[in-house]
Design a protein around this ligand. Structure first.
Ligand code: FCB
Length: 476
């Protein structure tokens, strides 16, 4: 396991978001910063990046032999997404990838995290890879290298081939083995040029949004199925790590987990214990199984020995799931405050995404907690960002001041964690481009770069210019 050198850096208190203004700008913060005079420097080898995912940006849903994914099915089902939006065209990145790579180069990105679309590579989820699908990613990866940007490739960002869903999807243990075959096919096609692989993006979101609440594909509301799905996603992760290693890969491999600090909503012991169990479902279910080799006892007890998940854990599964990883990809958006009865309340202003409370200290808390509880596993922050109601002004400028303040405060919190010894080696903004935000369609804009969906014109927002300066100065 390669370790990022620990660096002690000068400390600076993170500004509190407690009294954030409506646009997300904390008082006393000049969101534009002062380029060229950073007061907060990052380690000299720190990596700055941005992230996207296939279904959210590519479009070209029917081109070059791509098969159907569960998100094609879901988004084309009336009532499932806002305004009936689909990823059919999205940001048309499949055709505009070269222009998008130039934008990344202009930003000065060191790293670009994107995902491979499983149904582009295996239209039916199994068998011989579709060469035209692999060729697209080959062009993209070569283009990144030409511009000096390191690819970071997520193997699964939710677009499961529909044919696998028809065979039971992630409720079917076999899907984990199909994922392993797919991972090997992608590795054979692209592996020589990819330094970092991420296996499964946010298994918890598949579990909670896809199988508990049902507002993501495949749109189920079945708690017993949900945690069996959690186990199979974890198994898929571990099997893929093993398969890539067995293929001779020397690349670094890890999971991509969205983690949420869970705080008691009040001082009562009941709230403390409810928050602890909530943390089990939000964080430890995924962290403990991968990094400590077992599911948390409290969560297993809460699910019950008769649950489909408990019944679905076969001998040897935990060894597979806990196959050592090289790094942990952390995605941080929001904290949770848990009441005595196990519900959540809000304490901080929310963004346009009503599930997101703006709380930069949560970034510090979750990063330091990983090192405290699991040791110095190298961390890359692979998602962090804010949706804003961005519109170009009469001068054409997209003035996303709230996003700049958000990024500034969260990057500051990550810096504090590094200063306290957490081996955070890189940071990626979600997202490079405005894109298809799942059930929210195109309404929420998360990009550094504005996309005019009528013309597909790209306009770097003010935050893009600001982030370029952060990268140039290696700090803020
Ligand atoms: C994360 C997802 C990403 C995007 C952001 C806003 O949960 O991984 O695709 O939707 O949230």
């Amino acid at each position: 396991m390669s370790m990022h050198p620990r660096q002690r850096l000068p400390r600076r208190a993170a500004p509190s978001a407690a009294v954030s203004a409506g646009d997300g700008t904390p008082p006393g913060i000049d969101p534009t910063g002062s380029p060229g005079t950073p007061t907060l420097r990052f380690p000299s080898d720190f990596g700055w990046g941005a992230a996207t995912s296939a279904y959210q940006i590519e479009g070209a849903a029917k081109e070059d032999g791509r098969g159907e994914s569960i998100w094609d099915t879901f988004s084309r089902t009336p009532g499932r997404t806002r305004n009936g939006d689909t990823g059919d065209v999205a940001a048309d990145h499949y055709h505009r990838w070269s222009e998008d790579l130039d934008l990344m180069r202009d930003l000065g990105l060191h790293s670009y995290r994107f995902s491979v679309s499983w149904p582009r590579v295996q239209p039916d989820g199994t068998g011989q890879p579709n060469q035209r699908g692999l060729d697209f990613y080959r062009r993209l990866i070569d283009g990144l290298h030409d511009r000096g940007i390191a690819p970071m490739v997520t193997l699964f960002h939710w677009d499961l081939p529909q044919s696998l869903q028809d065979a039971g999807g992630w409720e079917n243990r076999d899907t984990a083995y199909r994922f392993t075959d797919y991972a090997e096919a992608v590795y054979r096609g692209l592996g020589d040029q990819v330094p970092v692989w991420l296996t499964v993006n946010e298994p918890k979101t598949v579990v909670q949004n896809g199988y508990l609440q049902g507002h993501h594909a495949p749109g189920r509301q079945d708690p017993d199925a949900a945690y069996l799905v959690a186990h199979h996603l974890q198994l898929a992760h571990g099997l893929a790590v093993r398969a890539l290693r067995a293929s001779g890969s020397t690349a670094r491999i890890g999971p991509a987990l969205n983690l949420h600090p869970c705080y008691p909503a009040d001082d009562t012991p009941a709230a403390a214990s409810a928050a602890r169990l909530y943390d089990g479902y939000e964080n430890r279910l995924y962290l403990d199984s991968i990094l400590s080799g077992g599911y948390p006892e409290d969560v297993l007890a809460d699910l019950g020995a008769g649950s489909r998940m408990a019944q679905g854990i076969a001998d040897g599964d935990m060894e597979i799931i806990s196959t050592p990883v090289d790094l942990l990809a952390v995605q941080y958006y929001t904290p949770y405050y848990v009441t005595a009865d196990g519900l959540t309340t809000r304490r901080w202003p929310t963004s346009q995404a009503d599930w997101q409370q703006i709380y930069p200290d949560g970034m510090y808390d979750i990063l330091t907690r990983i090192t405290r509880d699991y040791g110095p596993v190298p961390i890359t922050v692979t998602e962090n960002g804010l949706p804003c109601p961005d519109v170009p002004g009469p001068d054409g400028v997209v003035d996303d001041t709230g996003r700049i303040a958000f990024l500034r405060d969260h990057i500051t919190a990550a810096h504090r964690a590094i200063a306290d010894g957490v081996p955070v080696e890189s940071y990626h903004v979600w997202s490079l481009l405005d894109n298809f935000e799942w059930a929210e369609g195109y309404e929420q804009r998360w990009g550094l770069v504005y996309v005019d969906y009528t013309t597909q014109r790209r306009v770097p927002k003010r935050s893009a210019h600001w982030y370029r300066d952060v990268i140039r100065d290696n700090g803020l």
